[in-house]
Design a protein around this ligand. Structure first.
Ligand code: E4P
Length: 287
C-alpha cells in the first residue's frame, strides 16, 4: 500500500513489463511508468532478438513499442505511461505531433514525451490544445521549464509533466537536484498546471531528496524502487541532508512565467546530446 504521508507519485523508469509486475508486487502500488527509446532497446525481448541477429523493420519496432506499452498500461490502468516520440535534430514539430497522436491512441493512459527543444515545444503546444497529455523530456534548465509552462498554458490538471534530468547534470559535475528545487520554487508563482517529474534518478539519495522536496512525481529505475521497498519505503525525516560534496551548485534564477514560450532561451547541449542518443539507440534496433 502507498504510505499515507507520501504525496509524490512514484513511477518506474523502464521498458520491461516484468519489472513493473515486480515493483507492484513489492510496493503494493505503482503510480505510473516512463519509457524512452534507450529503455525500449534494453527490453529483454528486444535484446534477445538482436542477439539472434534479427533487427526490426520500421513497422515492427513501432509494433513492438506498442505491445510493451500496452502490457504496462494494463498493469497500471489508473496510472500514467509515458511514451516517447522519435526525435532527432532534423525531426520537425509536425512529424513529432503526428507520431504523438498515433502513440496517444495506443493506450488510454498515455503521456506523450516530446523533447524540451524548439520543435518539441511547438509540437507540445498543439498537442495540449488537442487534448493530448504530454511529458516534456530532456529538461536541463529553469528556462526550459518556464517555456514548457508557457507553451502549455491552459492545460488541465495532470495533462502536463516536465522531466528535469538530474543524473545527467550530476554526470558533468553540476548538482542536478538544485534544478528540481528551483523549478518547484519557480512554479509556485504559477497556476500549477505543470507537474515536476524528477527523472534520470541514479541513486537512493536522489530519490529521497526528491521526496523531501515534494517533487510531484519521481521516476526511478527498478533497482532503486526495489531497494526502497525492501527498506520499508522510508520517507526522509526533518534531519535528512542531501550530500552532494563535489557537485557545483546551480543557482536559482528569477524567471517570470508570463512570457510567450518563444522568448525563453531554451538551448542546452544536453538536450541536443540526449536527442542524439535516444535516436541512435532507436535506429540501432532497425535493419
Ligand atoms: C525518464 O523519463 C527518463 O527518460 C530517464 O529517467 C532518463 O534516465 P538516464 O539519464 O539515466 O538515461
Amino acid at each position: 500500500m502507498k504510505p499515507e504521508n507520501l504525496r509524490s507519485k512514484i513511477f518506474l523508469d523502464g521498458g520491461d513489463p516484468e519489472e513493473s509486475r515486480e515493483v507492484i508486487s513489492l510496493l503494493g502500488f505503482l503510480d505510473g511508468q516512463t519509457t524512452n527509446p534507450t529503455l525500449i532497446s534494453k527490453n529483454p525481448k528486444a535484446k534477445e532478438r538482436l542477439t539472434r541477429g534479427q533487427k526490426f523493420t520500421q513497422n515492427e519496432i513501432f509494433d513492438f513499442y506498442r505491445s510493451v506499452v500496452k502490457t504496462i498500461s494494463a498493469l497500471i490502468p489508473m496510472g500514467s505511461v509515458s511514451v516517447e516520440v522519435y526525435a532527432d535534430s532534423a525531426t520537425p514539430a509536425d512529424k513529432m505531433l503526428t507520431m504523438g497522436r498515433e502513440m496517444f491512441s495506443w493506450i488510454p493512459n498515455a503521456h506523450i514525451k516530446f523533447p524540451s527543444s524548439k520543435e518539441g515545444l511547438k509540437a507540445a503546444e498543439k498537442a495540449v490544445k488537442e487534448g493530448l497529455r504530454v511529458n516534456m523530456t530532456l529538461c536541463f534548465t529553469q528556462e526550459q521549464a518556464a517555456a514548457v509552462y508557457a507553451a502549455t498554458r491552459g492545460a488541465g490538471k495532470g495533462q502536463v509533466f516536465v522531466s528535469p534530468f538530474i543524473g545527467r547534470l550530476d554526470d558533468r559535475g553540476e548538482n542536478g537536484m538544485d534544478l528540481i528545487a528551483s523549478i518547484l520554487k519557480m512554479y509556485r508563482q504559477g497556476d500549477g498546471h505543470v507537474e515536476v517529474l524528477t527523472a534520470s534518478v541514479r541513486n537512493m539519495d536522489h530519490f529521497l531528496y526528491a521526496l523531501k522536496l515534494g517533487s510531484d512525481i519521481i521516476t526511478s529505475p527498478y533497482e532503486i524502487l526495489r531497494e526502497w521497498g525492501q527498506r520499508g519505503m522510508p520517507f526522509p525525516d526533518a534531519n535528512y541532508i542531501y550530500r552532494h560534496d563535489s557537485l557545483k551548485n546551480i543557482p536559482y534564477k528569477d524567471i517570470e512565467l508570463s512570457k510567450n514560450w518563444q522568448e525563453y532561451d531554451i538551448a542546452h547541449d544536453l538536450t541536443v546530446k540526449g536527442m542524439e542518443k535516444f535516436s541512435k539507440d532507436w535506429n540501432d534496433l532497425i535493419a
